[in-house]
Design a protein around this ligand. Structure first.
Ligand SMILES: [Fe+2]
Length: 194
């Protein structure tokens, strides 16, 4: 068995003006695809090639982990965005954000500040721990809350390849605009799932 990308949940150009079709084309068709290609090469003929991707992320290390996690992280990231945008968190999720961060505005500020400040390549995650508490985890390279038995509910890819075509070096502008395309129904589904 080989690991395969799922189709994007929207057209390549659908998130414009947040990101252009060219930016998404490179990100999805070049970078995301490359992680799958490398992963399949690394696990070819090994028992790990029969595992599901999430299990592989949780149990692997080194190059297999890096490529499996980047394959999983990007699939999750695509779901975190929606072209129509301008949704808002509501219900139990909104209550939890207010309880754990003080208010929705304070949550937004902390998430965007930490995403902008993360040194080098990585991901700004929002995750739920075993007690149900939400936290923001800025993690380097391919690292993911799955490794710490936490449930990811939202992420921002802050690798330069995620924004450099459209935003050049201006990561803070990219993360500020990300806020407008968050797919809150998906975040809510992840928040309630486990
Ligand atoms: Fe990426």
């Amino acid at each position: 068995m080989t690991f395969k990308r799922k189709p994007l949940p929207y057209d390549l150009g659908a998130l414009h003006p947040f990101v252009s079709e060219e930016q998404m084309d490179y990100h999805y068709n070049k970078h995301h695809e490359a992680y799958f290609k490398k992963l399949n090469g690394l696990v070819d003929g090994k028992p790990e090639s029969e595992w599901d991707l999430e299990t592989l992320v949780k149990k692997s290390q080194g190059a297999v982990f890096n490529n499996a996690a980047q394959a999983w992280n990007h699939a999750f990231f695509w779901e975190c965005m929606i072209p129509s945008g301008n949704q808002k968190p509501k219900g139990e999720l909104l209550k939890a954000l207010e309880k754990d961060f003080g208010s929705l505005d304070l949550f937004k500020k902390e998430l965007l500040d930490k995403a902008a400040a993360l040194f080098g390549s990585g991901w700004a995650w929002v995750a739920k721990d075993a007690q149900g508490k939400l936290e923001i985890l800025p993690l380097g390279n391919a690292d993911t809350p799955l490794k710490y038995n936490k449930t990811p509910i939202l992420t921002i890819d802050v690798w330069e390849h995620a924004y450099y075509i459209d935003y050049r070096n201006e990561r803070p502008k990219f993360v500020e605009k990300f806020w407008e395309v968050i797919h809150w129904d998906f975040v809510d589904k992840c928040f309630l799932s486990r």
